[in-house]
Design a protein around this ligand. Sequence first.
Ligand code: DGT
Ligand code: CA
Ligand code: CA
Length: 580
Amino acid sequence: MSNQELAKIFYEIADYLEMEGAAFKPQAHRKAAAMIESLKGDIGAIYQKGGVEVLKEIPGVGEGLAKKIEEYIKTGKIRELARFKKKMPVDLDNIVRVEGMGVKKAKILYEKLGVKNLKDLEKAAKAHKIAPLFGFGEKTEKNILEGIEFLKRDKGRFLLGEILPRAAEIGEKLKKIKGLEKLEACGSIRRRKETAGDIDFLAVSDNPEKVMDFFVNLPDVAKVWGRGKTKTSVRMEEGYDMDIRVVPKKSYGAALQYFTGSKEHNIILRKIAIGKGLKLSEYGLFKGGSASRRMIAGKNEEEIYEKLGLQWIPPELRENQGEIEVSLAGKLPKLIELKDIKGDLHCHSHWGVGNGPEGIENLVKEAIELGYEYIGISDHTKFLAIEHGINEKQLAEQKKEIDKINKRFIVQGLSFKVFQGCEANIMADGSIDISDEALAKLDYVIAGVHSQMKMPKEKMTQRIIKAMENPNVDIISHPTGRILKQRDEYEIDFAKILKAAKETGTILEINANPYRLDLNDKNIKKAKEAGVKMAINADAHHPEQMRFMEYGVFQARRGWAEKKDVINCWPAEKMLNMLK
Ligand code: DGT
Ligand code: CA
Ligand code: CA
């Protein structure tokens, strides 16, 4: 039982209510869900203290919703949802993940064609049963098929945001095995790639047998693919695989290098070794023929790179994207680090839900805890009704609260600052959904595309360029619009976007949400090379999500970014001066 779980139930009920065509109610449930998500205290504890009456004090929660919350706290579920699910046994969670599918479409397809899940949906689309339906058409049918293909393509890969915490958790358990000396999750996880196929543990131990015993008996192991003396592979309940390899201490560095990859990076490294008359493997770096062979490096990774005449290369760069040449020349960049981040400019306080200054205060608290010097509050604006976007008047009211908080910090002698921004919507024609007059009053403005994402390349590119040309727009959020495991980026001409960003002095965001990580590594590198500045933003919709920042930094490192490329590594003054 948790706030998060309850919020999810409310969102699900909202979807079903929307399917039924109910007015207001879906929105009321979503609003309550957003409120519950942003509560600091546990909803169960709040109820225990004051019952239904106190629940009704939560903005957006009336008698009816308070009763539902009570039911959840008492029974762990809400019957209304079970009733909906019985009436319409549709795998909505997955169906609405198909780009272009919404709950209303799901309902029609269930009623007309009996579509219950992704498999049914694909079958119906392939048999061209969807296009003739009222409100669908050829284009929608094609989009649905593309959406399903996308979901399939990424099946079997896991978000770094999901799998890295797992690897850390399991790693902590493994580290308790007696005699285990070193442990590291290698492969794509160590390279901090945005998705990973599996977890590749590497360990040093003088008792591999014991490590393997422990490994196959971990609580969530579903299947053992194979168990050997030095390598074991398992499948976990959650669907991902884990390997573990145990190597002797003297080979640890070589194995770490080998199993970190990428494969392409390793191939070049081995060629360099051969060129020097050496041989590189997961066991070590060796000199001489089989008779006189001796190991010249292997215990640690640094000495392998060193003996090959290279600077040590941070794992995030090991993708054979030019890092080896640059390392040979001794010119690797000093990559940005989490501790360089001085503030977060993209945080949602949900002012529009009506939680007033508390939403801001919670974010501020978290920012101070993270050691930041400032925070930027950037709520959605009015076009995004579904996200409780706020209008000009609400922005002005919010400003008063933010001014109050800043004054309080001055009185307390603290240098922490709260800036007011917003995340405005870029309309189809490139205009902004809120007046220039209101935008001009803010400390900064983020603008992003949140609607009509399927546009021809030229049109989408012009749309974003027009937004950048607005003198009030400082930052473009999630510039390419991809959602990992869900949809590709929009069709845009990124070279043109970069050129316009440079000319207009617009900052491009590296959105740190583990589902977005947008810009991606390649685009970050291009932006850096073009001299376009970036901002790494958590895009937190809840104070805890401010911790996504770490993933944004990983991505920035994968894109070769340094402190100088990222404006929120700079002191507040310098950063503000940089903005338009
Ligand atoms: P993934 O799991 O698909 O996200 O990607 P990786 O990079 O973790 O790949 P994985 O798990 O197949 O292998 C882990 C590392 O082991 C890989 O990054 C490099 C090394 N490796 C695996 N197979 C080969 C190979 O055939 N040749 C070379 N040079 N290295 C390999
Ligand atoms: Ca792997
Ligand atoms: Ca593997």
